[in-house]
Design a protein. Structure first.
Length: 525
């Protein structure tokens, strides 16, 4: 090999090594911004925990000498742990908002968590200074105030810790599915714009009307009556967009509606739990059965839970669990991290689940309420149970990309609905009306599916799916199955129309399989 060629080959090899090394380093550094930024907040959180622990010890020493009886009113700072069988405290519901107050947009972000921590650190510094300079003759009122201030600081710490875990959950979900959250943000923006328009119209303030029109590039020089009409038209367009993005109840098969007596309808729900604390389970039952009731016409509706406790040993080693090697047969230790989806899968399929192990309260597999260590109130139990019944959130969630600071999660409550205001919203008669209607639709859907796939009677299936769509024109499953049934019925023109409709619906929810199928069916015609 010629020396010049050899040198060139060595040079290219070295260059390739440099680029591959750089590329490898770049590939290795793929930590999302929200994770890096969250770790910074967690470092501040640990420093905050350490400081409140030190204040607790100093205050305990002081009260041990000055007012020993007040020590019993103090609780040690809560351990920053979560995991299996770690139960939250059940606390009272907050006071409902004053009538007429408007729900604003609530935001969560690492920036906001840092702000809360900074405020608490400044407050702790004031408490430490006050404790260090307690005069000998301060007396009991001063000691009682110190104890009360500490208890208030602990309550705020619980909320901050819960906020941080909430941040982790939703920032991860946003990062995993930006297109979905882009669509959610569009709906939230539409809700906020509609509210602004309605407020401008209701104000009867001509200047406010003209400003609202100018912001929306409407003719702000027209008469007030014309502007109001144009704004009302815009609000109607937004209302249709919001309604199209809002799905109704989709109860699971294990929810049954019974008629035990005239004028009484019971929504029966079997529920499995591996929580053996009977008082906690009773608090959960009471919250759900007390709040999930309503009257509609002459009928009374209420939920009835059939709770079965499966001890952890039986869940992991008994007959309800899959066969496990004897040496590996043991439930997780208290506080252990668990794979939530695998854990929930151990419970019998025909019911809801109440279990533990989450970092923040959440629903798994559309049927399991998984508890976190943070305080929970009865209304929140009832809100999460609403998800088990098949109701979506009616508060609107959006987000902002903050770059290196991760994401800001934005939420707007619907205070007229427990699914829109978890802490204070009411259960409404329409919830039960939707449940009744949805269970009837499910029965029709099952009849259609049986006709299409078991009896090979596509004409009967088409009739059943059209019946569902007459009740709910945006029913996803009925639209998809109607397209398939029309194909089998040899009705290509009608089938194409159904496939186009389901394609638009599938694209709105990023259902890749259905998108591919619909495009193939449309393209084949």
């Amino acid at each position: 090999m010629a020396p010049d060629r050899a040198r060139r080959l060595l040079w290219f090899a070295a260059l390739a090594l440099v680029y591959s090394t750089a590329g490898g380093a770049q590939a290795a550094d793929v930590t999302p911004a929200y994770v890096s930024r969250g770790r910074e907040t967690e470092a501040r959180q640990r420093a905050y925990h350490d400081r409140i622990e030190r204040f607790y010890q100093t205050l305990s020493d002081h009260l041990g000498d000055a007012a020993p009886d007040l020590l019993a009113t103090l609780a040690a700072p809560p351990p920053g742990v979560h995991g299996y069988q770690i139960l939250p405290r059940v606390v009272a519901d907050p006071a409902p908002p004053a009538p007429g107050t408007t729900a604003g947009v609530v935001s969560f972000s690492w920036r906001w968590s840092d702000t809360l921590i900074e405020r608490e650190m400044a407050g702790l510094e004031r408490l430490e200074t006050g404790l260090a300079h307690v005069p000998p003759d301060a007396g009991r009122p001063r000691d009682e105030k110190l104890a009360a201030d500490y208890r208030a600081a602990i309550a705020r710490r619980r909320r901050i810790d819960a906020n941080i875990q909430y941040d982790w959950l939703w920032q991860a979900q946003i990062d995993r599915d930006r297109p979905l959250f882009d669509r959610l943000k569009t709906v939230q923006d539409a809700v906020l714009e509609r509210q602004a328009i309605e407020a401008a119209i209701a104000s009867h303030d001509e200047a406010a009307l003209r400003r609202a029109a100018a912001r929306r590039e409407l003719d702000s020089t027209a008469s007030a009556e014309s502007i109001s009409a144009a704004l009302a038209g815009r609000a109607q367009v937004l209302a249709r967009q919001i309604a199209a993005a809002t799905r109704g109840a989709a109860p699971p098969d294990f929810v049954r509606i019974e008629h035990p007596a005239p004028g009484v309808r019971l929504v029966d729900v079997p529920l499995y739990t591996d929580i053996t604390d009977a008082a906690f389970i009773e608090a959960f039952r009471k919250a759900v059965e007390t709040l999930w009731r309503a009257r509609m016409g002459g009928d009374e509706f209420r939920v009835r839970l059939a709770i079965k406790t499966i001890p952890p040993e039986q869940l992991y080693c008994g007959r309800v669990a899959a066969p496990i090697e004897p040496e590996r047969c043991a439930p997780p230790a208290r506080g252990a991290a668990v794979d939530l989806e695998a854990h929930v899968a151990r419970f019998p399929k025909g019911g809801a689940v109440l279990t533990t192990g989450a970092t923040t309260l959440q629903l798994i597999a559309n049927r399991a309420i998984v508890l976190a260590p943070h305080d929970v109130a009865p209304h929140v139990f009832a809100h999460e149970f609403g998800h088990v019944l098949g109701f979506p959130d009616t508060y609107r969630r959006g987000y902002r990309d903050l770059g290196a600071d991760g994401y800001e999660i934005t939420e707007q409550e619907d205070r007229a609905d427990i699914m829109g205001a978890p802490a204070t919203g009411p259960v409404l008669a329409r919830h039960f009306k939707e449940l009744v209607a949805a269970t009837e639709v499910q029965a029709i859907m099952q009849a259609g599916l049986a006709a299409l796939y078991q009896r090979n009677d596509p004409a009967a299936a088409v009739a059943r799916f059209r019946e569902v769509l007459a009740r709910n024109p945006t029913h996803y499953g009925a639209t998809l199955q109607l397209a398939k049934a029309l194909d089998r019925s040899g009705r290509p023109g009608e089938a194409i129309e159904a496939w186009r409709k389901i394609l638009a619906m599938a694209e709105a929810v990023s259902d890749a399989d259905t998108i591919g199928t619909a495009r193939a069916r449309i393209g084949s015609r």
